[in-house]
Write a protein that binds this ligand. Structure first.
Ligand code: ACO
Length: 433
C-alpha cells in the first residue's frame, strides 16, 4: 500500500502522499495541500523543497556522494573526459565509440561563433564582466538559430541534438573570444581537428603564425576542471535554467539565465573570491591565521571563501579530487605556486578548528579549482566563465527534462505576504493639507 503522511491542522487531518527516489530519498508531496487546507508549505530558499524529479544527478551531501546517471564522480574523473561525461549527462548512458565520434563531430562542426554575435561582444566595454558578456552572447543564439529555438517544446526537442552541441561548443568558443577581446588580441578560429579542451586552449593562447600546442598535462587538467563542474543537481543556476525553461523558453534562453545566476560570488563567482582571498593573504604576508580569526566572527563579508557548501555537510567529493590533482598538475608543469601552500595551510588550520568542524564547513570544489586554472594560464576574471563551460551539459540535461515532461507545469512558487494591509490611495502632496 502506498505510504501517506498525515498532517493535523485545526482538528482536521490531511493525508499527503509520500514519494521515494531510487536511492531512498524521501519526500512529502504537498501539491494538494493549499487546495485542501488553505495552507502552503513555506521554505525560504527552497533548502528543503524538491522542485522536480530528475534522473540526471544523485547527490548525498551528508555522505559526500555525487553520481551522474548513477556513475560516481571519482570514476568519471579517473576514466572519462569532459566530452564523454557531457554525453552521459545529456543522454543518460555512456556513448558507444560510434556515438562518441558522432557527438564529438557535432561539437567540432559547431564551434565557430557567428560574426554578428562577435559584434555583440564588441559592443561591450572591454572592462565589462565576462559573465555579462557570455550571458548576452548566449541569449543572442536564438536569433541566429531560430529553427532550433522556437519556444515550443515539441519543435525544440526535434532539433535537440544540434542545439545541445551548439550550446556546449559555442559557449567554449565565446569564452575564448571574451578573453581575447578584453586583452585586445585578434580572435582565433577554432580548429576542427583538435579535441575539445585542446581547441579551447588554442583559441585562448595561439598567436597569429604561432600556434599554442597544449602540453598533454594542461589539456588533461582542463578536462578535469570542466568534468568536475559538469552537473550538480538543483543548484541555483540549474534551478534557474529549469525555472525559465518551464515557461517553454528555448534552451539557449534558459541557459543564458542560468549563466546570470552562476555569476554571483556565493555560486560560480566563489572561485574568484577564493583566489582574491589567497592573494591578499599572500600580499599581507599573513599565514592565514588572521583570515581564519576574521572568518569566525560570523560576518558574511569575512567568510573563508571556498569553505562550506549548501548541501555537502561532510566533504565535497570534487574538492578531494581537485585538491589531489592540484599537486600533480603543478608538479608536472614545474610550477611552485605560493597560493597553493597558503591554501593547504588554511585547509589544515580550518579542519582542526572547532568553529569549522562543528558547523561542518569543509573545502568545496572552488577552494582548489582556481589554483589549477591559474596554472593552465586562465586569468582570474575568467574563472566563472570556465565554470559556465563546464556546467553547460548539466543545464542542457535539466532543460531537456523540463521540456520532455508531459506533466510539467510552469514553475510558480507562492509566498507569505508580509507587506502593508489594504489602504487607500492618498497622493503624497495632499498628505500635509
Ligand atoms: N566561513 C565562515 N563561516 C561560514 C562559512 C564560511 N565560508 N560558511 C558558513 N559559515 C557559517 C555561518 O556563518 C553560519 O554560522 P552560525 O551558525 O554561527 O550562524 C554557519 O556556518 C552556517 O552557514 P549558512 O550560511 O547557513 O550555510 P549555508 O549552507 O546556507 O551556506 C555557502 C553555504 C553559501 C556555500 C556558505 O558556506 C558560504 O558562503 N561559503 C563561502 C562561499 C563559497 O565558497 N561558495 C561556493 C559554494 S560551491 C559552488 O557554488 C560551486
Amino acid at each position: 500500500m502506498a505510504k501517506t503522511a498525515l498532517l493535523k491542522l485545526d482538528d482536521k487531518e490531511y493525508p499527503l502522499p509520500v514519494m521515494e527516489g531510487t536511492e531512498g530519498e524521501k519526500a512529502i508531496d504537498t501539491r494538494t495541500l493549499r487546495a485542501s487546507s488553505g495552507y502552503i508549505a513555506y521554505d525560504q530558499g527552497y533548502g528543503n523543497t524538491g522542485s522536480c524529479e530528475s534522473q540526471v544527478t544523485y547527490l548525498d551531501g551528508d555522505n559526500g556522494i555525487l553520481r551522474h546517471r548513477g556513475i560516481p564522480i571519482e570514476q568519471l574523473a579517473s576514466y572519462s573526459d569532459f566530452v564523454e561525461t557531457s554525453y552521459l549527462i545529456i543522454y543518460g548512458e555512456l556513448p558507444t565509440p560510434a556515438l562518441r565520434k558522432e557527438f564529438g563531430l557535432r561539437l567540432r562542426k559547431n564551434a565557430a561563433v557567428e560574426t554578428q554575435i562577435q559584434k555583440i561582444l564588441e559592443g561591450f566595454p572591454t572592462s565589462a564582466s565576462p559573465m555579462a558578456m557570455l550571458s548576452a552572447m548566449v541569449a543572442a543564439l536564438p536569433a541566429y538559430h531560430p529553427e532550433l529555438a522556437t519556444n515550443h517544446f515539441e519543435n525544440d526537442l526535434k532539433n535537440f541534438d544540434l542545439a545541445a552541441a551548439i550550446a556546449i561548443s559555442k559557449i567554449r568558443t565565446m569564452v575564448s573570444m571574451i578573453y581575447r577581446y578584453q586583452k585586445g588580441l585578434p580572435f582565433m578560429f577554432p580548429k576542427q581537428e583538435l579535441p575539445f579542451a585542446d581547441n579551447f586552449l588554442h583559441m585562448m593562447f595561439s598567436e597569429p603564425y604561432q600556434d599554442y600546442v597544449a602540453p598533454p598535462e594542461v589539456a588533461k587538467a582542463l578536462n578535469l576542471v570542466l568534468l568536475l563542474h559538469a552537473d550538480h543537481e538543483q543548484n541555483c543556476s540549474t534551478s534557474t535554467v529549469r525555472m525559465v525553461g518551464s515557461s517553454q523558453a528555448n534552451m539557449f534562453t534558459s541557459m543564458s539565465a542560468g549563466i546570470c545566476a552562476l555569476s554571483g560570488p556565493l555560486h560560480g563567482g566563489a572561485n574568484v573570491a577564493v583566489m582574491q582571498m589567497l592573494q591578499s593573504i599572500h600580499d599581507e604576508g599573513d599565514d592565514g591565521t588572521r583570515f581564519i580569526a576574521a572568518a569566525k566572527s560570523g560576518s558574511k563579508s569575512n567568510r573563508l571563501m571556498g569553505f562550506g557548501h549548501a548541501v555537502y555537510k561532510n566533504f565535497d567529493p570534487r574538492a578531494k579530487i581537485i585538491g589531489e590533482a592540484c599537486d600533480t598538475v603543478l608538479k608536472r608543469l614545474g610550477i611552485d605556486d605560493p597560493l597553493l601552500t597558503i591554501a593547504k595551510n588554511l585547509e589544515q588550520a580550518a579542519l582542526k578548528d572547532d568553529y569549522f568542524v562543528s558547523r561542518k564547513l569543509y573545502p568545496n570544489v572552488d577552494f582548489y579549482s582556481g589554483i589549477i586554472m591559474r596554472a593552465i594560464g586562465i586569468p582570474m576574471n575568467m574563472f566563472t566563465t570556465m565554470f559556465a563551460i563546464g556546467r553547460s551539459p548539466g543545464y542542457i540535461a535539466n532543460w531537456k527534462e523540463v521540456a520532455s515532461n508531459p506533466k510539467g507545469r510552469i514553475y510558480r512558487p507562492r509566498q507569505i505576504y508580509v507587506g502593508p494591509k489594504q489602504r487607500d490611495y492618498v497622493p503624497m502632496n495632499r498628505r500635509g493639507e
